[in-house]
Design a protein around this ligand. Structure first.
Ligand code: PBG
Length: 328
């Protein structure tokens, strides 16, 4: 075993060149997926109060963002819709509108930056009056009825040119159902990134303001999202989604769940992504704004932590800023 003084671990740390030489993990722009909020009322942009630095983007601003992503080398954008409240209903019908905001946003990105991958959330919450991810009846979220809708939503996205559908709803059986429908319609190359281990978390707070579902959400999401106390269940969720045809899986939230990222990536050896969610972003930005932490430094440190835990990449609102800092 290594013993002092034959081994002095500080020897390798003494210079920049030796530190770089022995660095175990690297963070590059290729690890970043940019989370963006697109809106049908923002013109061209609207700030999100709880997420300083993040704006809801109208379609022209989204095109600019896509070009920026391409220039920076960011591989993909994940888009989340802020829908005009007048378009919401009990069943989230607007999610199935082939001329809706998301299909338009997909085409906008593809036109502006053909080489940027487009990832779309599959879930009903931005479109429902009650703010839940599924069909709500007598206080219960109906699993199978919701899955029927999610299949349609995923097909609408695939038809508009979405590269990756990302079910974030946590219904049982939706990955298999969506995969089957995609195959049947000839979308054999459309990828599925499953939000496989998604927890019922307070860290989503600012996101709900961003997409305008915060004030409307009735109750909580604990009957479909996971209990933050559980690990083994996350492995079962991921295992089932992989059996059903997921190409990639996600753990969400991110930093407080790095142990889950590690377990999932080691257990399955599949591309495992982590979502640095809105509340994680907001905490760093708020502390930085107060001068309590160095924002850029903590941003990069947090992103590196995901890589260290075994993540293939990170969905983050910091993507463009991180890409800029990394390129310096
Ligand atoms: C909805 C969805 C949520 C997020 C992404 N998709 C919120 C939720 O499940 O309540 C959270 C994103 C974030 O907080 O940044 N299906």
């Amino acid at each position: 075993m290594s013993t002092f003084p034959a081994t002095r671990l500080r020897r390798l740390r003494q210079t920049d060149w030796s530190r770089r030489l022995v660095q175990e993990n690297v963070l590059t722009v290729n690890d970043l997926i940019w989370a963006v909020v697109v809106s049908d009322t923002a013109d061209p942009t609207e700030p999100v109060a709880a997420m300083p630095g993040v704006e809801r983007l109208g379609l022209s601003a989204l095109a600019d963002a896509a070009r920026r992503a391409e220039q920076l080398g960011i591989p993909a954008m994940a888009i989340f819709p802020h829908i005009d409240p007048a378009k919401k209903d009990e069943d989230g019908s607007e999610a199935l509108n082939p001329k809706g905001l998301i299909p338009q946003a997909i085409r906008t990105i593809k036109d502006a930056a053909p080489n940027v991958g487009v990832i779309c959330d599959v879930a009903l919450d931005p479109f429902t009056t009650h703010g839940h991810d599924g069909i709500l009846k007598d206080g219960v979220i109906l699993n199978d009825d919701t899955v029927d809708r999610l299949i349609q939503q995923a097909l609408v996205q695939a038809r508009a040119g979405c590269n990756v559908v990302a079910p974030s709803d946590m219904m049982d059986g939706r990955i298999g159902a969506i995969r089957e429908a995609l195959e049947l319609e000839g979308f054999t190359d459309t990828m599925i990134l499953s939000y496989a281990a998604k927890y019922a978390s307070g860290f989503y707070g600012p996101y709900r303001e961003a997409i305008g579902s915060g004030t409307v959400l009735q109750g909580d999401k604990k009957t479909y999202q996971m209990d933050p106390a559980n690990t083994e269940e996350a492995l079962r969720e991921v295992g089932m989604d992989l059996d059903e045809g997921a190409d990639m899986v996600m753990v969400k939230p991110g930093l407080p769940y790095l142990d889950i990222v590690r377990r999932v990536s080691e257990t399955y050896g599949v591309p495992t992504f982590a979502f640095q969610v809105s509340g994680e972003y907001a905490m760093i930005q708020a502390a930085a704004a107060n001068g309590w932490i160095d924002g850029d430094r903590v941003m990069l440190e947090s992103l590196m932590a995901f890589k260290r835990a075994g993540a293939a990449g990170i969905i983050t609102y910091f993507a463009p800023r991180a890409a800029e800092v990394l390129s310096k």
